[in-house]
Design a protein around this ligand. Sequence first.
Ligand code: UDP
Length: 327
Amino acid sequence: MQNVLVTGGAGYIGSHACKALRQAGFNPVTYDSLITGWADAVKFGPLVQGDLTDREKLDAVFAEYKPVAVMHFAALSQVGESMSDPGKYWHNNVTGSLSLIEAAVAAGCMNFVFSSTCATYGDHDNVTLDEMCPQTPINAYGASKRAIEDILENFRESHGLNHVIFRYFNVAGADPDGEVGEFHQPETHLIPLMLDAIDGKRAALTVFGTDYDTPDGTCIRDYVHVCDLVDAHVLGLKWLQDGKPSRVFNLGTGKGFSVREVISHSRSVTNREVPYNEGPRRAGDCTKLVSGSVRAEKELGWKPTRSTLETMIADAWRWHQNGSYEK
Ligand code: UDP
């Protein structure tokens, strides 16, 4: 079985990717610091605990497992925190990724799948975003991810590192089998916070900003199911193994939902009221992030099957009621 090195395999998206890789016949080798990830979430292959800046450990992992590719998920990903502590994002995300990229090249592992974000685009006056849209991030999280994209492009030119970059829109939902799911501590994302508020696990949800230039005044996001998202990664890996050129793909559905619309869908899926109040804007939030691209469908043959808001909330709700991890 071919090994794939999955950084951040103990995290939300990485753990779902490990399941998809295993189902596709690969052995996912998780490399994770377990600072934000969970050992319990690593169920589909071995776990190596380590930091991305630990070059010796990375070299040892490449030597032991000889992975055919890297899937790089490990990163800090909170927009708000990236504005209050940008240094943490530049150190962790950029320095860590550079160390990993150098280790991959040194080991001759030349296929690299990278988890980037639509936050690299920034605010673009209510347009939908395709891969050619200028990248002008408005928060340190997006800026750190754009920098890593630049590093990958430099290493492609100079060292022949082939890469697929996925720019995610808002990832939501959970494995419908309930084996893995979303569990952040602290939690900052809209859907899990809303589900916590619904069942009284925490106080009311605060809607961050109601004076945006959108029909109902709240921010608009494009939500994509985590299982659909990781399916695209397996297709991206095959793309590289087939010798196709380095490429960037947006992963979104092209449909935008405001925070108020997400709240009203949650009400109808769970049959429960969402306790919420209205607060000020959160630093670094873009008004609208919606994908305007079908490149992943056209070129990779990606077919999202679970990315309706109802299914995403229903899968998240099922996991929320039954699943969690322990340190
Ligand atoms: N949001 C909110 N209240 C919260 C968390 C998020 O109103 O407690 C809003 C946030 O301002 C954004 C949207 O929900 O417009 C999605 O935020 P999330 O943190 O889930 O993802 P992001 O878009 O930051 O990656």
